[in-house]
Design a protein around this ligand. Structure first.
Ligand code: ATP
Length: 367
């Protein structure tokens, strides 16, 4: 699976841009703020139907434009495909695959798979649960289109429910709709939990193996999925999870009304990371935290490979420079096959170590 060519119009700081990529390692080099991450973001967008850092499509459109365009010519599953995205400031985006309009971002997911490793990922060990939920979500959205649809719906319902909880004092009639929202939240939440539980078990198994190799057999990494407390076994089918989620929602109704926030549901899930049975969040050294984050990302890549028989794109945004030489070598050795994109500021060493194609970016253009 690879991106052969990308075309950008009015995307971030790229007004008109087109380039071909090699199906091996692409090293994107340039000074700060020249558009290296923007280019990676465009590639990622075509795999996930969303950016990994922008809150809305509008942020992706060049400051002085009303619309942006991304086109990726890809090769996947032995087929050449054309993926396009039209993003607008004032109206809904339009996504196309081989000239056919797609209704949702979920329909884009899966056509082009990518694993992103960016500086924020190095914090997955230390930060709050949101980072680790995003980790599960971004991979599952690509692996399972049904998951992407459930996640979009769950987020939409949460936004509505939050408004109800916040505004019901001024408008008590809003409370009549709360039961319906809770039911839909529990239904979509049950789907999310079902998929997350299976994914977390697989990720833990693979990441643990990589981490052990990485640490010279000394450390044991485990990932444990944590969800709504009333659920005895999250690996049961969604229909069996539903009543437990409803029970938890009922128990928290009063607290939700008092605090004006959604306290119950899959949006609180976590993926706990332990090293040798001790919570990494509080006790891991800097080196251990980095090794764990790397192991998790490399495990994610393997899961994609096992699922689809092809390596996903590996997007490494400015992370290699943050790793010491041993860890850089471990990553570069593990890459082996598949298309890779690496952004970095310095030239030279990476080029010779990866043997990759170098793209010099300067002010949103190829230098
Ligand atoms: N919507 C937009 N329209 C125009 N320019 C934008 C837009 N969004 C971001 N930029 C510009 O893109 C540039 C940043 O690009 P990017 O994040 O890709 O940098 P980078 O080359 O990865 O830099 P660094 O090495 O510092 O991470 C900034 O100068 C920013 O102002």
């Amino acid at each position: 699976m690879n991106v052969r060519q990308i075309t950008l119009r009015n995307f971030r700081n790229y007004s008109e841009f087109e380039t071909e990529f090699t199906d091996k390692v692409n090293v994107i080099i340039g000074d700060n703020a020249q558009g290296k991450t923007n280019l990676l973001e465009a590639v990622y967008f075509m795999s996930a139907g969303r950016s990994f850092r922008a809150k809305s499509d509008r942020e992706l459109i060049s400051f002085d434009s009303d619309a942006a365009y991304i086109r990726a010519d890809i090769s996947a599953g032995g087929r050449e495909q054309k993926l396009e995205a039209y993003l607008f400031r004032q109206k809904r985006r339009q996504l196309l695959a081989n000239d056919v309009k797609l209704r949702t971002a979920g329909e884009l997911c899966g056509r082009l798979r990518a694993v992103l490793f960016c500086p924020d990922d190095l914090q997955m060990v230390r930060e709050g649960a949101a980072v680790r939920r995003r980790l599960m979500d971004s991979c599952l959205c690509q692996l399972r289109p049904r998951y992407a649809a459930a996640l979009t719906e769950n987020n939409r319902l949460l936004e509505h429910k939050t408004r109800i909880l916040r505004d019901h004092h001024e408008k008590p009639s809003l409370l009549y709709t709360l039961d319906d929202f809770d039911l839909r939240l529990a239904q979509t939440g049950a789907e999310l939990i079902y998929y997350r539980a299976a994914y977390a078990a697989l990720l833990s198994e693979k990441a643990s193996k990589i981490h052990r190799e990485f640490s010279g057999g000394r450390e044991n990494l485990t990932l444990t999925y944590k969800t709504v407390k009333t659920i005895p076994d999250p690996r049961k089918k969604p229909a069996e999870l539903l009543p437990h989620l409803q029970e938890h929602l009922r128990d928290h109704r009063r607290a939700e009304l008092e605090t004006g926030t959604c306290l119950s549901g899959a949006h609180k899930d976590d993926l706990e990371i332990d090293i040798d049975g001790i919570p990494a969040r509080s006790f891991a050294s800097q080196g251990q935290a980095r090794t764990a984050a790397l192991s998790v990302k490399l495990a994610e890549r393997e899961i994609h490979y096992d699922d689809g028989g092809e390596y996903p794109l590996l997007l490494l945004d400015d992370v290699l420079s943050e790793l010491d030489m041993t860890r850089q070598n471990f990553v570069l050795n593990k890459i082996g096959e598949g298309q890779v994109f690496i952004t970095c500021c310095e030239d030279g060493r990476l080029k010779s170590r990866t043997g990759g194609k170098v793209l010099h970016i300067d002010g949103g253009r190829l230098a």
